[in-house]
Design a protein around this ligand. Sequence first.
Ligand SMILES: [Zn+2]
Ligand SMILES: [Zn+2]
Length: 368
Amino acid sequence: MGKQAKAVVCREWNKPPVVETVEVESPRRNEVMVKIGACGVCHSDLSATNGTIPLPPPLVLGHEAAGTVAEVGEGVTDIAVGDTIVVSWIPMCGKCRYCIEGRPALCDMAAKATVTLPDGTHRFKDKDGKPLNHMAGTGVMAEYATLHRDNVIKIDPSIGIDKAAIVGCAVMTGVGAALNTVHVEPGSSCVVYGAGGVGLNAIQGCAVAGARQIIAVDMADKKLEFARQFGATHVVNPNTDGDAVKKVRELTEGGADYAFECIGLGATITQAWESVRKGGTAVVVGVSKPTETVTLGAFMMPFQEKRLVGSMYGSARPAIDFPRLLDLYKGGRLKLDELVTATYSIDQAQQAFEDLVAGVNARGVIVF
Ligand SMILES: [Zn+2]
Ligand SMILES: [Zn+2]
């Protein structure tokens, strides 16, 4: 039996998202319907509303959520009604070469199912009976959502649902960049460009890894305050401190071991590259526009043996990493309570997006 649910929908690029009542179809084979408990408002949701990430509208937003299983489809044997889950926006098919290699963040099937479920069809319909796209193959900024079984990870139900939700994107992406993609070594020096939801988590990922120096670079003092709370040892605001690269080189005596770009701009990717020492690694975490390009000086490349790598979803292996991150939280080593600086009802969704643009929150979360 399908369900009526409120959902946050992007109807047109560059217009505020709207809250509308949609029809959520019951789960088909190997699917589950989730009663969403909380959904974070991620910068990627904003990017989907303005075409920076070109997912076609009408699009049910949201990809960072947790909730309880309301219905299970045929063939689902390892998840039951009432289970608490975190949504993973990659489904991990388990069969493609990347899944087999242990790199499910690069799953070929996930790369195809960007606005539908993995079978290429939709589970949302609007009041006129027209299908609505699913943001990142999920679309969970809604009271209910039907997802593939492989997009949900069962977790300990004692964790606050708003905290659990943000593990599904911001925390995984940022902390994973440091712990999974490059395995930051204890005692290393790190710089993080951009102290938004993902950047703060890259900072705390470096802290968990035991970095000795963590430099946060951002143009907003408010975000730099958050950065200190999450483990930054130094902060740089290029508006008042001057050239960030120069500053980072001074602080690190020649360049950082790792630089994380969590903005998605060619110019800051260049800065991240220029901030690392010989043999260091620059990591691109931020998602840019499809047309964005990067300019890097070629001459010094062989002499410096630097590495430039992308980090997709923190190189997530969700079934392993979500419980691991939640254990770090329970053990007091990962800050999640401090990340959720505001909660909203679904009817306040537009406000949540405005606050994201204004940069007032570490993370804003819609709680249902
Ligand atoms: Zn996200
Ligand atoms: Zn796969």
